[in-house]
Design a protein around this ligand. Structure first.
Ligand code: MG
Length: 342
């Protein structure tokens, strides 16, 4: 077992704004596990709010000794080992986890979705996210998103209604809204939610601060639209805490430290009666194909990462009718820009 990795700066097609900041590129680590002639691919996407960067990722990897693990790989044992090395670092742990799953699929000659009993025919449509922009720009982006069956918009500044009206002037697809913790007043938020419902909004992510448990729970109890916890729900232990606070959770592999724990979170959420949205960060085809392998087990998908970037180092995932198309290829089914299977 041999591990290699390279830093990679993933550039966005458009600078991306949410309620708290703007960015135009995201630092990644592209990671490979080499084992008996097979290569498993993984990826860490270091979005600022999870607190990781190239230095923390590199210093974590320097502590990792994977030679202790033999095939067949025991993912529970591997993830416990990584968590014992450091409690955080979920992005780089996700890279290792994804690479192990890709490797396992290749060795066992199975697509990753089969490793989780996930049925490609149950793939939900993926939403396409528009960052916060002046209304004219949002109109242009909404027009460019014509291949997608759902548009997700980031709200949280003071011109929410203007933005929705601008999008509705060019598109009538269902909308998801992500407030990214930007709303502060409960009653105003609820009034806004009733208005958003009339505009065809079907789901709202993280309306209020993740630490405002009571505020989010009150909104969920009174909201006619599904409320999903994102920033508040990162790892497995957070799923139970979401019960009674949100209608559903947003699972992202960069928060959950990868597919093994992401899958456990999905199962736990279902057991607790919570719905599941599977999402992504600014990611290449690698990490989003890993999420897509689990997406058929979820209620909604928000896996637009590769489509928002301008230098995806891999071929964009197969996509039709607003959905990822999972093929028979072993592992993740990741392809080079030239189209050959990796
Ligand atoms: Mg979100």
């Amino acid at each position: 077992m041999n591990l290699t990795y390279q830093p990679y700066q993933l550039e966005l097609k458009y600078p991306f704004s949410i309620s708290k900041f703007t960015r135009s590129a995201t630092p990644l680590v592209l990671l490979q596990l080499h084992h008996e002639g097979f290569t498993g691919y993984g990826e860490a996407s270091m979005v600022p709010y999870l607190g990781e960067n190239l230095e923390t990722a590199t210093s974590f990897l320097q502590k990792v000794d994977l030679k202790r693990f033999q095939y067949p790989f025991n993912m529970e044992e591997i993830m416990n080992y990584l968590d014992d090395l450091a409690p955080g670092n979920t992005n780089i742990k996700a890279a290792v986890d994804i690479a192990f799953h890709d490797l396992t699929g290749k060795i066992e000659q199975k697509p990753c979705y089969q490793l989780f009993g996930s049925d490609p025919h149950k793939m939900p449509v993926t939403s396409f996210t528009l960052g916060l922009d002046p209304p004219e720009m949002m109109i242009r982006k909404a027009q460019e998103a014509a291949d997608f069956k759902v548009i997700k918009i980031k709200l949280g500044k003071d011109n929410d209604e203007e933005i929705i009206r601008a999008i509705r002037s060019v598109s009538n697809v269902p909308l998801y809204v992500d407030a990214n913790q930007g709303w502060t007043d409960r009653q105003q938020s609820l009034d806004k939610i009733f208005w958003l419902q009339e505009q065809g909004v079907e789901l709202i992510e993280q309306p209020m601060d993740k630490n405002d448990v009571e505020g989010n729970a009150w909104l969920t109890e009174n909201s006619p639209v599904t409320i999903v916890g994102d920033e508040a729900v990162q790892r497995f232990a957070d799923v139970k805490r979401a019960q009674g606070v949100y209608h559903g959770i947003n699972v992202k592999l960069m928060k959950s430290a990868g597919m093994y724990e992401g899958h456990r979170m999905i199962l736990k959420a279902k057991e607790l009666g919570l719905k599941v949205l599977i999402g992504c960060m600014s990611e290449t085809s690698c990490a989003t194909l890993a999420a897509a392998a689990l997406a058929p087990l979820c209620d909604w998908a928000d896996l637009d990462g590769p489509f928002l970037t301008k230098n995806n180092p891999y071929q964009n995932p197969d996509f039709a009718d607003g959905k990822y198309v999972l093929k028979e290829a072993f592992g993740l089914g990741l392809k080079s820009v030239g189209g050959s299977l990796l």
